[in-house]
Design a protein around this ligand. Structure first.
Ligand code: ATP
Ligand code: MG
Length: 244
C-alpha cells in the first residue's frame, strides 16, 4: 500500500514557483532519499508534507486519507514525524526528561500500551547509545548527539512516516554511521522514511529509492546506484557531464 501519495503538488511564494507539479508515491516501509542542489525545494517539500506550508495546488494522501487541508499538529497526530535540525530538544532539561516529555504527549491509551514509562525512557536512550548521559542536560550534548536524541524521541512517539532534513549536517563520521544504523532500525520496524541529504554515499547506503529535485520539479527517480551513475545528475549538480 502507498502510505503517501503526492499528486500535482505546487507551491508559489512571493511570485516564485518553489514546487512545480510534484507527483510521487511512497510505499510503506520504504526509505527514500530526496536530493538536489541548494534551493531546489527539498525543505519546502517537507514543509508542505508536514503541514507548515499550504500548497497552491495538488493533494497529499497519507494512509489513503486526504490530508491536504490538515494542520501540522493534526498530521503529527496521524503519524507524520518531522525531525528538525537542533530544534525540538529542550536544552535545559535532562535527556531523560526530554524523552519523557515526548511520551507524555502521546494519547493516554497509547502511553499505557508502552508499559513502564521509566523503562521506555531507559530503552530509548540505550537505543541511541546515550544512556550514560541520562541525567545530563540536553544542552551539553554535541550536535550529533542531539540529533540522535531527537530521532529517538520521534521514533518513540510512534510515528509511521519520518521526514528527516539533513540529519547528518555538521555531524561527525562516527555519529553519521550511528544515524544510519538508527534509520536501518526504523526500516526494520517497517517505518517509512523520507530523508534529505547532500551526502551521496550515505544516501546510497541506506535508501531504497532516490528522488532528485531541481528547481521545484522531480527530474529523476530510481535506485541509488542508477541515480548516482546518471548523466542527468551530473548535469544538475555540475552543469555538465564531466565525462564529456
Ligand atoms: N518563505 C519563503 N518565501 C519565499 N521564498 C522561499 C521561502 N522559503 C524558501 N524559499 C525559496 O524556495 C526555494 C527552495 O528553498 P528550499 O529551502 O526548499 O531549498 P532546499 O532544496 O531545501 O535547499 P538547501 O539544500 O540549501 O537546504 C529557494 O529559492 C528559496 O529561496
Ligand atoms: Mg533545505
Amino acid at each position: 500500500m502507498s502510505i503517501l501519495r503526492i499528486s500535482h503538488l505546487s507551491l508559489s511564494l512571493g511570485g516564485q514557483q518553489i514546487l512545480d507539479g510534484i507527483n510521487f508515491n511512497v510505499e510503506e516501509g520504504e526509505v527514500i532519499g530526496v536530493i538536489g542542489p541548494n534551493g531546489s525545494g527539498k525543505t519546502t517539500l517537507f514543509n508542505v508534507l508536514s503541514g507548515f506550508l499550504k500548497p497552491s495546488h495538488g493533494t497529499i494522501h497519507f494512509c489513503d486519507k486526504d490530508i491536504t487541508s490538515y494542520s501540522a499538529s493534526e498530521r503529527a497526530r496521524l503519524g507524520i514525524g518531522r525531525v528538525f535540525q537542533n530544534f525540538g530538544i529542550f536544552r535545559d532539561m535532562t535527556l531523560e526528561e526530554n524523552v519523557l516529555v515526548a511520551l507524555e504527549a502521546l494519547p493516554k491509551e497509547r502511553r499505557k500500551a508502552l508499559g513502564n514509562i521509566k523503562e521506555v525512557v531507559k530503552g530509548t536512550l540505550a537505543m541511541v547509545g546515550l544512556s550514560q548521559f541520562a541525567k545530563r542536560k540536553a544542552g551539553s550534548l554535541s550536535g550529533g548527539q542531539m540529533r540522535l536524541l531527537e530521532i529517538a524521541r520521534t521514533l518513540k512517539a510512534e510515528k509511521q512516516l519520518f521526514l528527516l532534513d539533513e540529519p547528518t549536517a555538521g555531524v561527525s563520521p562516527k555519529m553519521t554511521s550511528q544515524i544510519a544504523d538508527l534509520i536501518s532500525e526504523l526500516k526494520r520496524e517497517k517505518k517509512t522514511v523520507l530523508i534529505v541529504e547532500h551526502d551521496l554515499p550515505f544516501i546510497s547506503k541506506i535508501c531504497d529509492r532516490v528522488i532528485v529535485l531541481d528547481v521545484g520539479k522531480i527530474v529523476l527517480t530510481g535506485k541509488p546506484q542508477e541515480v548516482k551513475q546518471s548523466k542527468e545528475l551530473q548535469e544538475i549538480y555540475f552543469g555538465a557531464n564531466p565525462a564529456d
